[in-house]
Design a protein around this ligand. Structure first.
Ligand SMILES: Cc1ncc(COP(=O)(O)O)c(C=O)c1O
Length: 363
């Protein structure tokens, strides 16, 4: 073979398959495929974004200082230990390539978020997968897979696409079981939606441990997925390493401004959470009334499990709903071929989806 060849591992990557955004014949489809907030961004974030239009000839602040200060103030954190990123995806990739390489192992669970295997293979490291129990992280199964070569453990809590979470006690037990040289990355992309009092985003663990990083995003409850904005909180040594590796202007000018404004609009976030608190249980219950399974979720999405029967399976359901202009997410790539993932949207979107699923079941 001639010509430049990518590093080993790169061609083993199955490219990330984003949720569909089009339904043929429907100009304004109901898009419930990417866990975006149907409420949209805060009006304050939109104004801040627009306010930057005349300044686009200027580079952004490479340190995202105002945004880090706003995040730190909002969550009671040390701004020096925050790094902002072009989506938390960028931070996941940076953490992986900074702390793992050829010969190293990166550990996560069976149905974990798809960026972990991608980032691992892109870094030339080896993905190692631990079994889940009932679509939930099994701490013992993860710990049993730790080897001398393990460099990173990723935990999405809650996990996408399963919607399950592990408790603060379980997170701490997992951490206690890891050697100190292993970087423990807690991906809390959906933390703002979780209303259980035994849940932790991992923030206080970062504060007291030398090997824990928490990642967060503005793509979900803040409704800014299109801007690409995420952040991480970690030990000073990890922050220092990531700041050496990241692009010098990795977060755009309008993203920094919109992020600051979005944080200040607490009422908007509360509204998004309240909507989810109502429509997630409602939707899950309606789906179960139709005889379909909907495993418990604490995020802004829920899996729906379909029978394997021909014409009644997840693929058939997906096609049926697409024809109605409703876009759900196939999750076969996550090892869940009999499920579809449904993002919790606004009332009309949820009612239309239940009605379409009902028609599908009866068809
Ligand atoms: C668990 C999890 N982590 C990270 C992300 C990536 O978010 P971002 O838009 O910040 O890159 C997602 C998005 O789907 C996610 O589900």
């Amino acid at each position: 073979m001639s010509g430049p060849q990518p590093r080993p591992g790169v061609l083993d990557i199955s490219p990330y398959v984003p949720g569909d955004s089009k339904a043929q014949g429907h100009k304004e489809p109901i898009k419930l495929a990417s866990n975006e907030s149907s409420l949209g961004p805060s009006p304050r974030a939109i104004a801040a974004y627009r306010g930057m239009a005349e300044r686009l000839h200027r580079y952004p602040d490479g340190a995202s200082a105002d945004l880090r200060a706003a995040i730190a103030k909002h969550h009671g954190l040390d701004p020096e230990r925050i790094v902002c990123g072009n989506g938390s995806d960028e931070l996941i990739a940076l953490l992986t390539k900074t702390f793992a390489g050829a010969g190293d192992e990166v550990l996560f669970t069976e149905h974990a978020f798809a960026m972990y295997p991608i980032a691992t293979l892109a870094a030339g490291a080896k993905p190692v997968v631990a079994k889940e129990k009932d679509l939930r992280t099994d701490v013992d199964a993860l710990l049993a897979k730790v080897s001398e070569r393990t460099r990173i453990v990723f935990l999405a809590n809650p996990n996408n696409p399963t919607g399950s979470y592990i408790t603060k006690d379980e997170v701490e037990r997992l951490h206690r079981g890891l050697p100190e040289r292993v970087l423990f990355v807690i991906d809390a992309a959906y933390a703002e939606y979780v209303t259980r009092n035994d849940y932790t985003s991992g923030m206080e663990l970062v504060a007291k441990a030398s090997n824990v990083v928490m990642t967060r995003t503005f793509s979900k409850i803040y409704g800014l997925a299109g801007l690409r904005l995420g952040w991480m909180y970690g030990p000073a040594s990890v922050v220092d390493a990531i700041n050496r590796v990241r692009g010098p202007f990795n977060v755009t000018l309008p993203a920094q401004a919109a992020g600051v404004a979005a944080l200040a609009d607490v009422a908007h976030v509360d509204q998004a959470r309240t909507l989810n608190d109502h429509w997630l249980p409602w939707f899950s219950a309606e789906v179960r009334k139709l005889g379909l399974e909907a495993p418990p979720s604490v995020g802004n999405f829920v899996l729906v499990r379909f029978p394997k029967a021909n014409g009644k399976d997840a693929n058939a359901a997906n096609d049926f709903l697409l024809k109605r202009g409703i876009i759900l997410r196939k999750v076969a790539g996550y090892g869940l071929p009999d499920c579809l993932r449904v993002t919790i949207g606004l009332e009309a979107e949820m009612r239309a989806t239940v009605e379409a699923l009902g028609d599908f079941v009866k068809s």
